[in-house]
Write a protein that binds this ligand. Structure first.
Ligand SMILES: Cc1cc2nc3c(=O)[nH]c(=O)nc-3n(C[C@H](O)[C@H](O)[C@H](O)COP(=O)(O)OP(=O)(O)OC[C@H]3O[C@@H](n4cnc5c(N)ncnc54)[C@H](O)[C@@H]3O)c2cc1C
Length: 416
């Protein structure tokens, strides 16, 4: 069913009892052309683009829990493309451009809100590095602006810019086209689109092993619902990528950490942009429901416990309140964490693995929500053709052998 004003009207007239499920829940078939492990945004987008761009529709997405139940449904929804190196700038801006047309493409409102993204400069050093960063972006053809302290004050009146402020604000670096999108909607929109094109989306189906032939080529996967034969597998499992790699018999340069976030009770519109303070590790935006969405930096130790440590929570709340004193009267409603896949150079890994027929999309760490469209686009390309997409060329696993790392630690640190 196509969603439209007319469909809504028809739904209203029938008491909203006519809506079909947005995707089917099929039983797994014994064989697929491609199997994708992980029903987060990247896995679902990969399945959608396999069908849409390459006409490969005999595809299954296997998700051990529920769709978007991993980091895709746990993130703070920031989308942007303000990266420093040309390879990353191209990759993330391609993604942002896909986001700009996504609601129309998927016929699903992903609630993209290009409200701008401000990175605060707390020192002269911050100002200097941000001006280098903004100039580099301009050279890549990506929108970027440097703001004075007064301009920041006009845009974000809730910020403490007084003389005695604990974290002085000297200015900011802004990407006007950046903003937020609704995380669940991105997963659901891709799921609905992929299902519509014939992809089987199978929830509650954990991959427990990989099957290979005498030459080491992948021939199938073992799952909690039986064996499935396939000659091509794509892994998009974020913080659990290294667990799956171990099952397949190789190691990934990925460390898994908890990354946490929280929301306050809702309030009237108070903040109409995303504000990030790289110096303190805190960032904040206001959701459409009115909650302040506050994000933190990584926990300091590797873990698969989806909780997040109290020390990081305390530090981020303290920094947020120092910058936005009026928020001190808000109550926190919820706090949660996701397990993110951090790579030494803070850049993703997209492409082949040492196991022929097995491809991977991981390493997005703290910032892969913004990359869901391009992550899916490029994984689908390599799964369909066996060749890397040119956007993903620099992000191969082999860069950890050649040493051609793309160090985006500053751009991806906490600046989701
Ligand atoms: C608190 C927090 C805030 C964040 N904020 C931002 C932000 O503002 N902007 C941004 O760009 N990024 C942000 N991120 C990062 C972003 O959420 C992730 O990079 C992105 O969602 C990764 O998507 P994915 O599809 O690769 O992984 P996921 O959404 O985690 O999906 C992977 C799926 O694989 C499944 N899986 C794992 N093992 C198996 C198995 N054996 N068999 C079958 N299925 C399996 C999991 O259940 C999961 O559903 C944030 C992350 C967190 C945790």
């Amino acid at each position: 069913m196509r969603y439209s004003a007319l469909a809504l009207l028809r739904g209203a007239l029938s008491g909203h009892r006519n809506w079909p499920p947005a995707w089917r829940s099929p039983e797994p078939k014994p064989q697929y052309d491609v199997v994708i492990v992980g029903g987060g945004g990247h896995g679902l987008a990969s399945a959608y683009y396999l069908a849409k761009n390459h006409g490969i529709t005999n595809v299954a997405v296997l998700e051990r829990g529920w769709l978007g139940g991993g980091n895709t449904g746990r993130n703070t929804t920031v989308v942007r493309s303000n990266y420093l190196y040309p390879e990353s700038a191209r990759l993330y801006d391609f993604s942002l451009r896909l986001y700009e047309g996504l609601a129309r493409e998927l016929n699903f409102n992903v609630m993209l809100s290009q409200r701008g993204h401000l990175m605060l400069a707390h020192s002269r050093h911050d100002l200097e590095s941000m001006s280098r960063w903004a100039n580099t972006m301009a050279m890549h053809g990506i929108d970027a602006q440097l703001l004075t302290r007064e301009q920041v004050g006009a845009m974000v009146p809730a910020l403490d810019l007084s003389a005695g402020a604990r974290y002085p604000v000297l200015g900011a670096f802004m990407q006007p086209r950046a903003g937020t999108a609704r995380h669940d909607a991105v997963a659901w929109g891709y799921a609905r689109g992929a299902d519509h094109l014939g992809v089987d989306i199978i929830q509650n189906c954990a991959v427990t092993g990989f099957v290979t032939d005498a030459n080491g080529h992948v021939t199938g996967v073992d799952t909690s619902r039986g064996r499935i034969r396939t000659a091509r597998v794509g892994i998009a499992a974020a913080g659990h990528s290294s667990v799956l790699a171990k099952l397949a018999g190789f190691r990934l340069p990925v460390t898994s950490y908890a990354l946490q976030a929280m929301v306050t009770e809702p309030l009237k519109p108070r903040l109409d942009t995303v504000v990030i303070s790289p110096g303190t590790g805190a960032y904040v935006s206001q959701s459409d429901k009115g909650e302040m969405v506050i994000g933190a930096s990584l926990d300091l130790f590797p873990s698969y416990a989806q909780r997040g440590s109290f020390g990081v929570l305390q530090g981020v709340v303290a920094a947020t309140l120092a910058m936005f004193p009026s928020f001190s009267r808000l109550r926190l409603m919820r706090q949660w964490a996701g397990i993110v896949d951090v790579v030494h150079d803070s850049s993703p890994i997209i492409g082949p693995t040492p196991v022929p027929g097995l491809y991977i999309n991981c390493g997005w760490g703290t910032g892969g929500f913004k990359a869901i469209p391009v992550g899916g686009w490029t994984l689908a390309h390599v799964l369909a053709t066996g060749r890397n997409h040119e956007l993903a060329e620099a992000f191969q696993l082999e860069r950890f052998v050649t040493g051609r790392l793309i160090d985006e630690a500053a751009a991806s640190g906490i600046a989701h």
